[in-house]
Design a protein around this ligand. Structure first.
Ligand code: AKG
Length: 273
């Protein structure tokens, strides 16, 4: 039962805030899999890899996506750990279908911030979704992701490319812009936590979030595992989503559920090949 892992207070807090931290959700054997999986994936990057920092600035910010089918450690974390069960419980859903994994690595002394954004406007999803951000390395509070609590209840906001701020998804003017949160931080209920490997921040696909650069001598490797609630429905987009699921619109129509081999159930647990 999902309720055994996440109590009613946590479910209520997540519904209200759209973000919650769960400490020690990975078991001791799983903690090291996050870093091993990320390093394996980035040693042979996929065609989706993105370098999201200016080469003239210090450090580097690298992202890659959808590595669960070729990196066993990521597959185990996505489907075999308690993360999927907690995702279902927090979404108040009987199931959690795996959507994708997203690797986000800031090398030592990275100045590049992750700008404020919501995730769902980049996707092909209507309905409920949740991410679990799993650090492979200790993350001090001042370098950890930040979340505007309650923002998941507000409107969808304009997605833009991180570096050049281009509107590559929804057309200009079609969604509300993200407010300038940095200009008046005290006006927002911003949440941030120091993290250890094994912890996870769970956040709604619609929670506005950002992350500072990483001004430390160590790396900040993180894996976001993303899950869909039972009400999630496929939306056919006329643009390439991020990540893109090539050919998916040949199989799933607008409004279909994500019951498809690309999105296996993580909870209840099933055998995933
Ligand atoms: O790791 C980061 O810098 C930001 C995380 C993020 O945007 C996400 O996981 O959706």
């Amino acid at each position: 039962m999902p309720g055994q892992l996440v109590d009613d207070d946590a479910i209520e807090a997540f519904a209200r805030d759209g973000v919650i931290v769960l400490r020690g959700i990975l078991n001791p054997d799983e903690v090291s899999l996050v870093g091993v999986g990320i390093d394996k994936a980035l040693a042979a990057p996929s065609k989706r890899v993105k370098h999201v920092s200016d080469p003239d600035e210090s450090g580097a910010f690298v992202e890659d996506f959808l590595r669960w089918s070729d990196v066993d450690e990521i597959k185990h974390l996505a489907f075999g750990s308690r993360v999927g069960e907690a995702a279902a419980a927090l979404m108040d859903s009987m199931s959690a279908r795996f959507y994708h994994d997203h690797l986000l690595v800031k090398e030592a002394n990275t100045s590049q911030v992750t700008p404020w954004h919501q995730d769902q406007p980049y996707y092909n999803v209507e309905g409920t979704g949740i991410s679990a951000w799993l650090p492979a390395d200790p993350v001090p509070k001042d370098a950890s992701p930040e979340f505007w609590a309650g923002s998941h209840l507000g409107p969808w906001r304009m997605p833009r490319s991180f570096l050049d701020k281009e509107a590559n998804w929804f057309p200009e003017g079609s969604l509300a812009e993200i407010p300038n949160i940095e200009a008046d931080r005290s006006a927002y209920d911003i949440r941030q936590w120091a993290l250890q490997p094994g912890d996870a921040i769970f956040f709604s696909f619609l929670a506005l979030h950002s992350a500072p650069g990483f001004p430390y001598e160590e790396r900040r490797r993180a894996l976001s595992l993303r899950y869909l609630g039972s009400d999630a429905r496929h939306v056919v987009r006329s643009w390439a989503t991020s990540p893109s699921f090539e050919g998916i619109a040949d199989d799933l129509a607008d409004g279909d559920s994500f019951d498809h081999p690309s999105f296996p159930l993580a909870w209840p647990r099933t055998e995933v090949s």
